[in-house]
Design a protein around this ligand. Sequence first.
Ligand code: FE2
Length: 443
Amino acid sequence: MTTAINPAERSSRSAPTRVELAALLAEARDRTLALIETVSEEDLRAQHDPLMGPILWDLGHIAHFEELWLDRNLDGKVEFVEMPGMYNPFEHPRRVRGALPLPSLSATLEAMAEIRERVLARLERVDLASDDPLLRDGYVYQMVLQHEYQHNETMLQTLQLKQGAPYQPAVRRQLHAGMADVVPGEMVRVDVGSATIGTDDRARAYDNERPRHAVHVAPYWIDRTPVTNGQYLAFMADDGYARAELWSDAGRTWLAETKAESPKYWWRESGEWLRRSMDQVERPAPDKPVIHVSYYEAEAFARWAGKRLPTETEWEVAASWDPGAERANAYPWGRREPRISDANLDQLGFDVAGIGGYRENVSPLGCYGMLGDAWEWTSTDFRGYPGFAAFPYPEYSEVFFGTEYKVLRGGSWATRFGAMRNTFRNWDYPIRRQIFSGFRCAR
Ligand SMILES: [Fe+2]
């Protein structure tokens, strides 16, 4: 894990050079391999749960996605469906990937290295000042990098879910302690009238983040911090899971099917709740954001608290809008590039951290922890912004637009800095909670 460039600290607005892109590719691969350093081949090959495919598949898929976009694509336009069959996610949904004849770990690592060699040779010759929007400013490289970062998060979901002995990371970064001056449940009033959300960035942002557009927002209140374990335990103790009136129809159906009575990865032992993040078991720390909850649980908590979930627009305005300057910032802390100490992102803490501990992670409107720790459910369905245009392929975003998915914002401890900014949009089914999902409320 020794590389010259820390992706958290590299400028995103100046176009990256060839040397920087090569260093970022190397850094991304170092991280991917570091995450699996302590995992046996058997565990990498196993289908641990119908929700998640084998990690060995992710590794091959990362490499073949890279080959498609950074090698073959440069010979002439390719379509996403040209992904080789075995590693095409649409041909093989996660629940069946364990049955694929995946190559051995050593063969997979060899393929990854061989593809990378070709990609680096290509990088020497590619025209980064091209008129082609895919090449200009290295967009396609940023896309492939983010793809690897995002698959790292998927791999961490699998590792948290894995059967057998819990995952033990090879390296671990110390998390900041929470700060007592930040009070859970306290709200901020937002009355900005008009603002903008989204971005016109073409060097790194995904198609679904574009274009930047004006929004008119009615005044609202939003939680200063994510909802904590302490608040959530109060909801549980007040029979939150048993009170039908707190749950939506879909939420009640989910509750009846799952019989859930706590967040995922929580259990009760001698009358006391415990939770697990990878190999660490603890009593749920009252000042840590609650994580691994479904949209329905978030919705029920909000109703119990006399609140509701924020819309995606309300969330982004709270994270990005600087009312003094009347402009949106790329990060809660402003426009400067992130430093590792800004937020609990970047995976190596392997858990959420106490609220308020990352002092830079506060937006101009006064919201803490908008980025990092846990993804935050919003009440908004995943759709294209006005003026959306699929780029470079509809299979990234467009095929998921509709009413099936809810938008999540802000990243989690398992998200890398290079795949996180205020405008970043994630989406998932409201029943999902193997993802690193939490929430905050609005009113
Ligand atoms: Fe992928």
